[in-house]
Design a protein around this ligand. Structure first.
Ligand SMILES: [Zn+2]
Ligand SMILES: [Zn+2]
Length: 381
């Protein structure tokens, strides 16, 4: 036994450590009365009850239709009379429109029934890509984890944007940390304020938009942005369908005129694939990305800086890259500090898209808050 502070959940009767209880500003303890597991269970039970009620209502409606049909046509549906029978026969359950499940399709464009072609970012034919004549400079911005980002490193990215005047900006995802809505066990020492995170992320995105005016922005959503639809899906699935509730809306992506690539999808810029991650991590993940994609690819997620070259049997050269990260090491707690110090590198990337669709790119590490872009030394004040 430890003398860790604990609290009893009246629903399951267990005495549990405090992190097993979600926050609640309405109680004296600041914690919810029921433990997280019970809260989730009760929500799931409630959802199932609603689902059953809905089903019954729909079955009754369907049964009416069948009866009307029989009255008009007699014949082949004569056997189907009770709502129980109707439930068996899915043909009579009216279609409820495309279910835009938060998780089901890996896409939470909740109030748009079908994602647009652009948003889906399937491999787009070359002529459909917003490739500007003559290509142009690209700025690659890796995991920012705003508002818990490294302000001095971020200032260098903004300086680089102003210097480079990129035609394209790739935001690799995890631009917002979404700590407040993470389903992971949380530290009691960290702030849990989702609005603070949204405001902080928007502030950073505004700064980048101003520094790289006129660029085409491509935002490949990461697993941290995806914490939000997962949270909604578990806690308040109906809220996820309300206009303005998606992460894309909260970050005002449409208003900004940016291209949004949902998590686990990719975007093709010239011959280069852009995505957040390929569900791998570790020291070899960039090399694995190269062999998984069999094409040139830029990913985020790893917080490591790595550029790997390789070819295919046809003699083409491919490159895979991850450009580090821009988060504040002091502010995140999901990795041991010593490992973060060793493996995570502050930095970003620059590149040039050519008319051929080829992309030349290089990593820009930030060391002692200095970096070199286009032959110029940038220093954060
Ligand atoms: Zn990630
Ligand atoms: Zn990240």
């Amino acid at each position: 036994m430890t003398d860790q502070p604990s609290k009893r959940c009246p629903r399951c009767g267990e005495s549990l450590p405090l992190y097993a209880f979600g926050p609640d500003t309405g109680t004296a303890s600041g914690l919810r009365v029921w433990c997280r597991l019970c809260v989730n269970k009760s929500a799931a039970e409630r959802r199932e009850r609603y689902r059953q009620q809905n089903l019954t209502a729909r079955n009754l409606e369907a049964a009416d239709k069948v009866r009307a049909h029989i009255a008009n046509h007699g014949s082949q549906f004569a056997k189907v009379e009770t709502s129980a029978d109707v439930q068996e026969d899915r043909r009579f359950v009216p279609a409820v429109g495309p279910h835009v499940g938060l998780m089901a399709h890996g896409n939470y464009e909740a109030h748009e029934t079908q994602p647009t072609v652009k948003d889906r970012a399937w491999p787009v034919p070359m002529e459909d890509e917003p490739t500007k004549p003559g290509g142009g400079a690209i700025l690659f911005v890796p995991d920012l984890h705003a508002p818990y980002h490294d302000r001095k490193a971020w200032a260098l990215v903004l300086q680089a944007a102003r210097l480079l005047k990129p035609s394209y900006v790739h935001l690799a995802g995890d631009m917002i940390d979404c700590y407040a809505v993470s389903q992971h066990e949380k530290s009691l020492n960290r702030l849990q304020d989702f609005k603070y995170e949204i405001d902080g992320a928007n502030e950073a995105l505004d700064e980048l938009a101003a520094a790289a005016k006129g660029a085409t922005f491509i935002y490949t959503e990461g697993n941290h942005e995806y914490r939000w639809p997962r949270y909604l899906s578990a806690m308040a699935p109906q809220a996820g369908r309300l206009p303005g509730s998606s992460m894309k809306d909260l970050l005002r992506i449409k208003e900004r005129g940016w291209i949004w690539v949902p998590y686990r999808e990719f975007y093709k810029l010239g011959k280069l694939y852009l995505t957040h991650d390929l569900e791998k991590s570790g020291v070899n993940a960039v090399r694995q990305a190269l062999s998984d994609a069999q094409a040139s690819i830029v990913i985020g997620h790893l917080h490591r800086m790595s550029v790997v070259y390789g070819g295919d049997a046809m003699g083409n050269t491919h490159v895979a890259a991850c450009f580090g990260w821009l988060g504040g090491r002091e502010d995140v707690d999901y990795k041991h500090r010593l490992r973060a110090n060793r493996e995570w590198q502050l930095g970003f990337g620059v590149g040039q898209l050519l008319e051929s669709g080829n992309v030349h790119l290089s990593a820009v590490p930030i060391v002692d808050y200095e970096c070199v872009v286009a032959g110029k030394l940038l220093r954060a004040a």
